[in-house]
Design a protein around this ligand. Structure first.
Ligand SMILES: Nc1ncnc2c1ncn2[C@@H]1O[C@H](COP(=O)(O)OP(=O)(O)OP(=O)(O)O)[C@@H](O)[C@H]1O
Ligand SMILES: [Mg+2]
Length: 461
């Protein structure tokens, strides 16, 4: 029998367990009969046989025939052998009538035959039921000065009265019912697993919107819940991945198209040296853009893979912010931007180079997306358990729907303007990953045309 499904295996095993325990309990009760009950049973029958013999010898006026007939009718099987060796049966017949030839003679002479307790031990037969003369008790009997051998055993068929039959049915019905219930309950147990399996296949085929209605509170229910959560996450990862690929191909494609176009123009010898110089500059800047982009992509993926391997030390945030300002002094001046800052000493535990790149991106954004002669306000707050870095600019600001997307990879608001400003659109998504790794938060408020404020909060640990 091939059993592929969990259902049939489970049902099979349970039913096997029932059968095996049935067999074991049969053997045990059989052994109990052999060891204990057989002896008691023999004694009981022996006492009874002596009672009969006693009564018969004391009441010679009662016909022995009638008396034994009567006892046979009550529920006993009897064999009586007289001195001449004639046999006479009373009660229902024995299935096997063989007896050792010398036995009746011995009992006639006064021996007692304990056939019940001597009955051989057989594995599959409870001796109790064996309907044989051998399985009886023999006692001597005296009646009107004649000797007889009386062999007697209880008539099991008669002993099996209604009550016993009732118990028998009870047993049979309960076995059948438990098999039925095992089949049903196994189905109930295994069905959710089947559903889960189906769902797994759906996911493998790229369909993440699975619906599992396994409303259970046990382990399987928990599994189903985690499974749907996992499917949702996978769906998100999948859509992010698709988006990322479109973005990357687009963002790599456009500088490459530019480079190719300008290289074609450069091959044209009728261009003036001045024009050629200009084309070369453009090609150069596009190549730089590509190279920056790959660098940032590498950084992004390395951040995501090294989440657990950050180099945690004490980071002097104030010092870092000051050196970022220093680094971009020239472009602040270049754009005529007014920079004010208030930077009390504060430090956090974290990865210095990662945090540095966050400040760098936020400051360059505030410069890049600012207006001429605008201003930038830099503030550091320390409330004991966490620090807050607030970078406020008077720049172009953001629309509501842009605000929701600026942390996406490659997203750059206002594409017409974004073309003229250097950038890959990766800075903020990198910053967010880094802040996440430090268990912090990055938030912004912004108003179109007015300016933007970024607030980074980091726990001090
Ligand atoms: N201070 C700001 N004011 C207005 N818009 C901003 C500001 N900071 C970011 N943005 C918008 O969010 C977009 C994403 O910013 P992000 O830093 O991720 O990319 P980027 O600055 O364009 O390129 P990168 O930082 O990778 O060189 C920017 O293109 C810009 O449109
Ligand atoms: Mg940026």
């Amino acid at each position: 029998m091939k059993m592929k499904s969990l259902y049939s295996k489970f049902a099979f095993i349970t039913i096997m367990i029932m059968i095996v325990s049935g067999i074991i309990s049969f053997f045990l009760s059989n052994a109990y009969y052999q060891v204990k009950l057989k002896q008691q049973n023999d004694e009981k029958i022996t006492n009874f046989a002596f009672e009969i013999a006693d009564f018969a010898s004391k009441h010679p006026l009662i016909s022995l025939q009638d008396y034994l007939d009567h006892i046979g009718a009550i529920g006993y099987q009897i064999l009586m052998v007289n001195q001449e060796g004639d046999k006479q049966y009373f009660g229902s017949t024995f299935r096997k009538k063989d007896l050792p030839a010398a036995l009746p003679e011995k009992v006639l002479q006064g021996d007692v035959y304990h056939g019940v307790s001597q009955f051989p031990h057989k594995t599959f037969v409870t001796g109790f039921f064996a309907n044989e003369i051998k399985n009886s008790v023999g006692v001597p009997l005296k009646y009107k000065n004649k000797k007889y051998a009386l062999f007697i055993r209880p008539d099991i068929k008669l002993m099996f009265n209604e009550m016993h039959i009732l118990f028998g049915w009870l047993l049979v019905i309960s076995i059948l019912l438990s098999i039925l219930f095992v089949l049903i309950s196994t189905k109930y147990l295994v069905n959710p697993i089947r559903n889960l399996n189906k769902a797994t296949k759906e996911i493998a085929e790229g369909n993440f919107l699975i619906k599992l209605d396994i409303g259970r509170k046990d382990e399987l229910g928990h599994l189903a819940v985690s499974f749907t959560t996992m499917a949702k996450k996978l769906a998100k990862v999948d859509s992010l991945r698709k988006e990322l690929i479109t973005n990357i191909s687009h963002d790599i494609q456009s500088p490459l198209t530019n480079i190719k176009g300008y290289l074609n123009l450069l091959e044209n010898s009728d261009k003036s040296d001045q024009e050629k110089q200009q084309y070369l500059r453009i090609v150069h800047s596009e190549v730089t853009r590509l190279s920056n982009m790959t660098k940032q992509l590498l950084l992004l993926s390395s951040i995501e893979s090294k989440k657990d391997l950050m180099e945690i030390t004490t980071v002097d945030v104030t010092g870092q912010l000051k050196s970022v300002i220093h680094q971009y002094q020239w472009s602040i001046l270049d754009k005529g931007i007014m920079l004010s800052f208030s930077l009390p000493d504060a430090s956090v535990k974290g990865d210095p180079s990662l945090l540095y790149s966050v400040w760098e991106n936020l400051l360059t954004n505030a410069i890049k997306y600012n207006r001429e002669n605008g201003s930038i306000d830099l503030e550091l707050l320390d409330n004991g358990t966490q620090i807050e870095v607030v970078i406020k600019d008077t720049g172009v600001g953001l629309e509501e729907e842009e605000k929701e997307r600026i942390f996406d990879r490659f997203y750059r608001a206002d594409m017409s303007r974004a073309r003229s400003v250097e950038g890959t659109g990766l800075g903020l998504s990198i910053a967010q990953s880094i802040i996440d790794m430090h268990h912090g938060k990055i938030e912004l408020t912004s108003q179109k045309g007015q300016g933007t404020t970024f607030t980074v909060s980091l726990p001090k640990l």
